[in-house]
Design a protein around this ligand. Structure first.
Ligand SMILES: Nc1ncnc2c1ncn2[C@@H]1O[C@H](COP(=O)(O)OP(=O)(O)OP(=O)(O)O)[C@@H](O)[C@H]1O
Ligand SMILES: [Mg+2]
Length: 416
């Protein structure tokens, strides 16, 4: 036993595991579940921080408190070091992630009877694909999260490389595989060659900051936010002129990680001002209601559920359920409409896959296997963007939600 815990800290879901006699053993963190939502809820009544499914349940029940999801997206940004008062303590988001990781550590220790002083953590190949300084800062931030969580040391492994390790026995010797890991926050790729029965050679890894939460955001902005007044005319205080409502609040409301920042008095005041002069009064009234009643996450969950519904074959009339805006209201989201809205993002993911091959100087038709992992690899629009670019590769679906933690668990024995 190495005293090293493998942790897949994901934008949407997290998991933990260890290696037992060379086999990955995932640690159930919530009942029998092998993954748990990366979510926290500061419960104002019990004065406790709840994590995982319990946090999401508290939100959906409407308990009094502050819910947060998508925290990984804040790594490397200015916001992560902004502190605020929560349950009587001044905390920044590094503290909050640290507490989440500490809870994972504690639960893993309780489940196994071991003590974990070190962590092998997954990391996206690129936290921020457009900005090198932010990308480097994100790793500094994540290291600090692990230190504050009580780990003496942390090592990192690229998430798709962990997935490659977990899939080290699905191909024949000489085959060339591309891991396509599309998660909540990033898309990550590893190109690898099979050597013998169990060995692999990693030829290159690459990533781009696009994931399922960006799909949610795009769907929210184009399908839901207009119902709250995004892009609608606002009258000037004097005269008959109008201007369009500024996008800021709507963009943030459509972005998982930004929602908790919207519930301050300033934002509500700004929304009320827009409402006062709105041409479409009922739409802006919905914006005020969402902010005042703190319904941003409920709306984000509704969009995510609509996305999954529209992606599920044979569902007849997929919709986004927006009953929190108006009793029983739904916004239809036919599969073709969703494909249209998301094809730009899916194409960028496809281009990143091509860049992975180009960097390793491998032609697309040399790739024999496309191995899909990560929750958003289940999106039809993503699969199409990849299979159209690598038509000769055989598609293999790994364990979508556990391949990365399997690989990290395996890696713990050699991490330090
Ligand atoms: N059946 C499904 N169809 C489409 N999307 C899905 C489905 N199930 C889950 N997702 C999406 O998958 C994403 C979560 O995937 P995953 O758990 O692999 O991400 P993560 O590991 O937490 O994120 P990351 O690795 O980017 O940090 C969410 O955006 C979720 O909406
Ligand atoms: Mg992931």
């Amino acid at each position: 036993m190495s005293g090293t815990l493998g942790i897949d800290f994901g934008t949407s879901n997290s998991a933990a595991g260890i290696s037992v006699d060379g086999t990955p053993q995932l640690i159930p963190l919530e009942g029998d579940e092998l993954t748990m939502p990366t979510a926290v809820f500061f419960d104002f009544e019990s004065k406790k921080m709840r994590v995982g499914a319990e946090a999401s349940e508290a939100l959906l029940r409407g308990d009094e408190g502050r819910y947060m999801r998508g925290l990984k997206s804040l790594l490397g940004t200015r916001l992560i070091r902004e502190s605020r008062m929560l349950l009587g303590e001044r905390l920044d988001f590094i503290d909050i992630i640290a507490r989440f990781l500490h809870e994972v550590k504690t639960r893993a220790e309780t489940a196994t009877g071991e003590t974990f002083t070190k962590a092998l953590s997954g990391r996206p190949v690129r936290f921020h694909s457009e900005d090198d300084a932010k990308d480097a800062q994100a790793l500094v931030d994540l290291k600090e999260c692990y230190a504050r969580a009580g780990f003496d040391d942390v090592a990192f492994m690229n998430e798709p490389e962990a997935a490659a390790l977990a899939n080290r026995d699905v191909m024949q010797s000489g085959d060339l595989g591309l891991i396509v890991d599309i998660g909540g926050g990033t898309s990550d790729f590893t190109l690898f060659r099979q050597k013998g029965a169990q060995d692999i050679d990693i030829l290159g890894s690459y990533g781009v900051r696009i994931g399922g939460t960006d799909f949610d955001r795009r769907l929210s902005i184009t399908r839901v936010m207009p119902q709250l007044g995004m892009g609608s005319p606002i009258r000037h205080a004097f005269g008959n002129d109008t201007h369009l409502a500024p996008n800021g609040i709507f963009n943030d409301l459509a972005t998982w990680a930004k929602i908790p920042f919207l519930y301050g008095p300033d934002t509500i005041r700004a929304a009320k001002d827009l409402h006062k002069f709105a041409v479409h009064e009922t739409r802006l009234a919905r914006l005020v209601k969402v902010l005042e009643e703190e319904l941003g996450h409920d709306l984000a969950f509704a969009v995510e559920a609509g996305k999954i519904m529209a992606n599920t074959p044979d569902v007849e009339n997929p919709v986004i359920r927006v009953g929190m805006l108006k009793r029983k209201a739904v916004l239809p989201l036919p599969a073709e409409m969703m494909t249209k809205k998301l094809s730009g993002l899916a194409n960028q993911i496809g281009e990143a896959a091509e860049a992975t091959l180009a960097e390793a100087q491998i032609a697309p038709d040399a790739v024999t296997h496309l191995i899909f992992v990560g929750g958003s690899s289940l999106m039809q629009v993503v699969e199409n963007a990849l299979t159209s670019r690598l038509p000769s590769a055989q598609v293999h679906r790994g364990a979508a939600l556990t391949a990365i933690i399997d690989g990290l668990a395996l890696g713990t024995t050699q991490a330090f």
